[in-house]
Design a protein around this ligand. Structure first.
Ligand SMILES: C[S@@+](CC[C@H](N)C(=O)[O-])C[C@H]1O[C@@H](n2cnc3c(N)ncnc32)[C@H](O)[C@@H]1O
Length: 233
């Protein structure tokens, strides 16, 4: 099972085996199938709303991962209707959706069984700052974080649990490697993007822009000063 760069980076972030891993919003289910193949969970649950994709995925799973050797389940339903079950250890992976959707899904999973312990690996398209805020609000703490570049788009893999030791920083912290030119490019894009947003909607974006500027200024003021014309993150 050959994964693309973003999904293989996400898989590479996992630090333990789980009883259940949920490949949420799985689409073709590539990540979940790789997790099954690499035995990173006793059971993988695939969730998506797309009826034809889920039927096709189920056929593929039956061929490649026979039920006598692998444990999997396909749920063709809205992730917001999923109730977190009891399990020894479980991880929900939410990748490839916008920040607002990712936050809605985190909110609904947490509300479905208050107090349940589970890990999350979130990699939204844009808007990681607000995803991080939501994760902190729900009491999650950081296990790992990673900047991922695929097809000229930057993503943040944010791996959290309620039992980890490290606070989640909204801007990211340990993931930044200032010697890496890709990371400097990402910082440059974020800085430019939120500067522009803060001009059109200061109430919503000024504090985010200030937070990023504070971080980048402390490391390399050039990132902030050159970011006026940068592309969207
Ligand atoms: C771009 S794909 C992401 C696929 C994969 N997770 C990845 O990162 O490459 C987004 C998927 O989210 C699914 N999706 C959107 N809203 C959903 C919801 N409320 N419940 C379940 N799946 C949803 C879509 O059907 C689509 O297949």
């Amino acid at each position: 099972m050959k994964l693309g760069h973003r999904l293989s980076q996400l898989e590479g972030m996992l630090k333990q085996r789980y009883s259940i891993i949920w490949d949420c919003c799985c689409d073709h289910g590539f990540l979940g199938m790789s997790l099954l193949q690499n035995k990173l969970a006793d059971k993988v649950v695939f969730v998506d709303v797309l009826v034809p994709q889920m039927a096709q995925l189920e056929r593929k799973l039956k061929q490649r991962f026979p039920a006598d050797k692998f444990d999997w389940e396909v749920l063709c339903q809205d992730l917001q209707e999923v109730t977190v079950p009891e399990a020894d250890s479980q991880l929900f992976i939410i990748a490839g959706v916008g920040a607002d959707s990712a936050i809605r899904f985190v909110d609904s999973l947490c509300a479905s069984r208050p107090g349940a312990k589970f890990d999350l690996l979130v990699c939204s398209v844009h808007g990681s700052y607000s995803v991080r805020e939501a994760l902190s609000r729900h009491g999650f703490r950081l296990k790992d974080e990673r900047i991922i570049l695929e097809n000229n788009r930057f993503y943040e893999g944010i791996y959290v649990s309620q039992t980890a030791d490290t606070n989640i920083m909204n801007t990211g912290a340990a993931m930044w490697d200032w010697l890496n030119p890709e990371h400097r490019e990402y910082a440059h894009r974020l800085s430019g993007h939120y500067s522009k947003k803060a001009k059109t909607d200061p109430t919503k974006f000024q504090s985010i822009s200030v937070d990023y500027k504070r971080l980048f200024n402390a490391i390399n003021p050039d990132i902030v000063h050159q970011s006026g014309s940068s592309k969207h993150d």
